[in-house]
Design a protein around this ligand. Structure first.
Ligand code: F6R
Length: 266
């Protein structure tokens, strides 16, 4: 890494994506066991959590003193619903990685006063000293967190309406499309940009256009993922299929292959 850059790492398989992205998270937590991790849900980061679980089991890393803040939560489903992000974070992150439950927060999508709850969430992130490393996926429409197209780059944690295409994409987690909530509470793009480091992962051809637009397209609220370009230390780790739309793919491969061993994480 040489100064502020959006680093793009193209790897053969989704497992490779998980291993290399997890190495970044692990390096942060090994250096600072009380580090604050921003946690994404959905399919993309599962490979990261799987690899981190392997490292925890091998005794390489310990999350007991780390803190976590989820990126987002649905509004309109009960806390106990198996697909509430509170449930997903407990099942996929807190339990397997051994976080202390009291040190991990998820936005309160059930709050009577949603606006205050959103403000309070941003305040809690600040009070924790800010997020050291934020894990991100990207929607096929370019969203990060649930900041749907035309979200302001200055946005803070707030309630958002989910795009119809996002509800359709997430219907696979529910019994029917009707059950997918229409609203969510999400960290804003401004909130995400305050994290010390961003690690975005994407796999599969359905994400190729969004990845290319986020990394190589113009800065635009139309592609919320393009906010990454405003961050001083963003790493995008993708498999070959998700890299298919990148004009400078060969350049990214060359740069990564030329990386000195001491800068390389695995
Ligand atoms: C999840 C989140 C979303 C997802 C995105 C991709 O917390 O904030 O931005 O990362 O919708 O979802 P998957 O990974 O399921 O394709």
């Amino acid at each position: 890494m040489s100064g502020p850059i959006v680093e793009v790492i193209i790897l053969p398989t989704p497992d490779d994506v998980g291993r290399v992205a997890a190495a970044t998270i692990a390096s942060v937590v090994v250096a600072e066991p009380t580090a604050v991790i921003g946690l994404a849900t959905g399919s993309s980061p599962q490979c990261i959590y799987t690899d981190l679980h392997r490292r925890v089991s091998a005794g390489e890393i310990d999350f007991a003193r780390a803190r976590g803040f989820a990126l987002d939560e649905y509004v309109g489903i009960p806390l106990e619903h198996p697909e509430s992000y509170a449930s997903v974070i407990t099942r996929d992150v807190v339990e397997p990685l051994g976080f202390s439950p009291s040190r991990v927060r998820v936005p309160d999508g059930r709050a009577a006063d949603i606006e205050s709850a959103a403000k309070e969430y941003d305040g809690a992130i600040r009070a924790a000293g800010g997020i050291d490393v934020q894990i991100l996926g990207i929607g096929a429409n370019g969203h990060i967190g649930f900041n749907e197209p035309t979200s302001s780059f200055a946005s803070r944690t707030r309630i958002k309406t989910l795009a119809p295409s996002t509800r359709e994409a997430n219907a696979r987690f529910f019994d029917s499309l009707d059950e997918v909530p229409t609203h969510c509470m999400t960290q804003g793009l401004g909130t995400i940009l305050e994290a010390g480091r961003l690690v975005l992962v994407a796999q599969g051809s359905a994400k190729a256009a969004a990845v290319a637009a986020a990394v190589e397209g113009p800065l635009s609220a139309f592609v919320p993922g393009s906010a990454l370009q405003l961050h001083a230390h963003a790493t995008v780790v993708v498999d070959e299929e998700a890299a298919a739309g990148l004009l400078l793919a060969d350049h990214y491969r060359y740069t990564y292959a030329s990386k000195p061993e001491w800068q390389r994480l695995s």
